[in-house]
Ligand binder design. Sequence first.
Ligand SMILES: CC(C)(COP(=O)(O)OP(=O)(O)OC[C@H]1O[C@@H](n2cnc3c(N)ncnc32)[C@H](O)[C@@H]1OP(=O)(O)O)[C@@H](O)C(=O)NCCC(=O)NCCS
Length: 189
Amino acid sequence: MSTPEINPQARSVASTQSEMTEIILPNDANVLGNLLGGRLMHFIDLTGALAAFRHARTHVVTAAMDHIDFIRPVHVGDLLILKSSVNRAFTTSIEVGVKVWVEHPLTGLMLHVASAYLVFVAIDDHGQRVRVPQLIAETADEQRRYADALLRRQHRETEVARRRQERMATASLENPGAAARRDSTIDSQ
Ligand SMILES: CC(C)(COP(=O)(O)OP(=O)(O)OC[C@H]1O[C@@H](n2cnc3c(N)ncnc32)[C@H](O)[C@@H]1OP(=O)(O)O)[C@@H](O)C(=O)NCCC(=O)NCCS
């Protein structure tokens, strides 16, 4: 794969920080008036993409969104505050952290609703992956998130490999002939 460096200079975490505020409307909610989980994930994806884009300064696609806990419900009329920043940049991928709060419209009280880590991959106008700039982690918190992002990447890689093995095992149970043919092709290479 060629990974041209379209924008190689290193960037600070602060330069990637992004924020979105949404007022929750009936169209975002279920019949109980609570924000739908899928809608929350959509807002998280968008806010994460903003930070990834500010880092890469090219198109980004979502490669993965980690496990999310929905800590408390959000109601119609609440304000949703989402903040994102890049935790670490790798070769063509970028890990972003997103934290979400609900702000009570009358009291202004802010409560933590959800957090998520997402991975975005930078691509050019032709859909080819491109190298991303390095990230400069300056503060102690930024350096902690930077170190933790590498551990999460290793965990994701292990999981992706495990799921791939699982898919191959299922495919060979469902279609043993094709699996045998595939194995003999591999042996002959
Ligand atoms: C994401 C995508 C570009 C990766 O392309 P690929 O050819 O499979 O790339 P590779 O496996 O060689 O990995 C490329 C990079 O993506 C990262 N990556 C790929 N799959 C990943 C996953 N599931 N989780 C985290 N990172 C992942 C790799 O770690 C690698 O990062 P690096 O360059 O920083 O080392 C490709 O799978 C894609 O286009 N997916 C669809 C994206 C999309 O449409 N998103 C919206 C979803 S609704």
